[in-house]
Design a protein around this ligand. Sequence first.
Ligand code: NAI
Ligand code: 15L
Length: 267
Amino acid sequence: MLKRLLITGAAGGLGQLARENLGDLAQHLRLSDISPLQATSPQEEIMCGDLSDAAFVSQLVEGCDGILHLGGVSVENHFEAILSANIIGVHNLYSAAQQHGQPRILFASSNHTIGFHSPSTRLDASSVTRPDSYYGVSKCFGEAVASLYYDKLGQETAIVRIGSCFPEPQDVRMLSTWFSPDDFLALIRRVFTIDTLGCPVIYGVSANRDAWWDNHEIDHLGWKPKDSSEAYRAQVEARATAQGGEADSQPQFQGGAFATAALITKS
Ligand code: NAI
Ligand code: 15L
């Protein structure tokens, strides 16, 4: 059991999921976000602040032996909005981890690191990145920092390229990209309990019939997704048809609308 698991982004969708379900993984949960949080049990410690503040992040990481790094800007924006949390913030986190005993990290990367690949292309952990947005670029930066800190310093990280982690797939694209909350929770548990982790790239995706990503390179971790988007196919396709679309229409790019939207520039 971990002594203290830090969860960044604890006020967000996945942060709340983790907070509510991972109490048995650590004696203490240290919850952090830029938004306010309230402790709901003696197990929870609250430390709110901005990931771009290096002194704050150093205090945040001190005393933790695991970090679930979910905090940051989670959708596309102009570069300046992405820069502080997702680039400076990630660097602060790795620098703090180095100061405080190298707690194992799960870095919430994204499918938008590879979003400009076509749905007809099957990807694995060795495929080249093709970010579809400034957001995707920032996640490529985070992956690169994780890799650098592993190769140079031995800092362990699970780089998880999350697909679409929501209670249910919301559209036809998500029949390929859906990552069930239960599968994500099982992966988090595995990452923080396995003896040796290294720095693997893991596609955060359920066992969907039409998945685009192949996780064969992480078989040794002993984690396999159990859920599948097939259970939702009929309702997703019916909704697509009702909205005037085609039930089986694939997006042009794996990243969907992130890839086809115009780049946002600061006005
Ligand atoms: P979310 O947007 O609900 O949560 C992110 C949290 O980070 C928010 O509560 C926000 O207040 C906090 N945050 C933003 N800037 C911050 C800063 N400067 N300092 C401290 N905290 C800050 O996002 P969600 O869906 O919970 O995702 C969690 C992580 O997983 C994100 O890093 C996201 O990029 C990644 N991810 C999520 C996917 C999904 O399907 N939900 C898919 C791919 C990646
Ligand atoms: C992400 O990276 C986002 O954080 C999430 O809100 C979804 O847009 C997800 O990707 C997706 O591609 O469905």
